[in-house]
Design a protein around this ligand. Structure first.
Ligand code: HEC
Length: 174
């Protein structure tokens, strides 16, 4: 066998590749001729299909799907808002009301070491600065006299509501 003539196996490989490409090309031509390649969908058809499959898989694809996914997320957030209790005590920012509904249970009587509203109990605490008091009331704080639970134990209170309650307490010392 001459060194220049290709190995018979190589030659038949070449033939196979060329044939495969030709067949592939013919297939594509044939599909186009016979309309087997699906026509482009109208946006209405796309969204109809998305609506049909959405509840099952909640899979959103394409631009229309993106918009739908966003709508679904918004709806879920709205539902969550509606079903949750919302901020505590109707979201009041009246520190006296919040104190009366919750903080008072410990701070009026000194239950479990809570400082009662008098200067003897508060002057040293006030010296720490308001920000520290806010932080301890929001995050909770264990000191030398006992344990202040985070937000007095009601996590539905917003930080602003806690600020209001602390402000009310520190301006009502006797
Ligand atoms: C379950 C009892 C309890 C309730 C309810 C409670 N506290 Fe307290 N609180 C404590 C105790 C105990 C301390 C003292 C911790 C220490 O210094 O050892 C404290 C301390 C504090 C301090 C001082 C923190 C510091 O750095 O000295 C603030 C401010 C405070 N509470 C705010 C509030 C507010 C506002 C509420 C209501 C939203 C509230 N507390 C409800 C028990 C309570």
């Amino acid at each position: 066998m001459s060194n220049h003539s290709p190995h018979p196996l190589k030659r038949s490989l070449k033939v196979i590749v060329i044939l495969a490409l030709a067949i592939w090309g013919i297939c594509i031509l044939w599909q186009h001729r016979h309309g087997i390649v699906p026509p482009k969908l109208t946006p209405e058809q796309v969204s109809e299909t998305n609506t049909r499959i959405a509840p099952v898989g909640a899979v959103y694809a394409g631009v229309a799907g993106e918009a739908q996914a966003q709508a679904a997320a918004t709806a879920m957030a709205a539902a969550a808002m509606a079903s949750s209790k919302g901020p505590a005590y109707d979201g009041t920012l009246d520190g006296g009301v919040i104190y009366g509904k919750l903080c008072k249970t410990c701070h009026e009587t000194g239950t479990s070491g809570a400082p009662m509203l008098d200067h003897a109990h508060w002057d040293a605490r006030l010296a720490q600065g308001k920000d520290t008091l806010y932080m301890h009331a929001i995050e909770g704080f264990t000191g030398s006299s006992g344990a202040m639970p985070a937000k007095g134990g009601n996590s539905a209170l917003t930080d602003e509501q806690i600020h209001a309650a602390v402000d009310w307490m520190t301006s009502n010392l006797h």
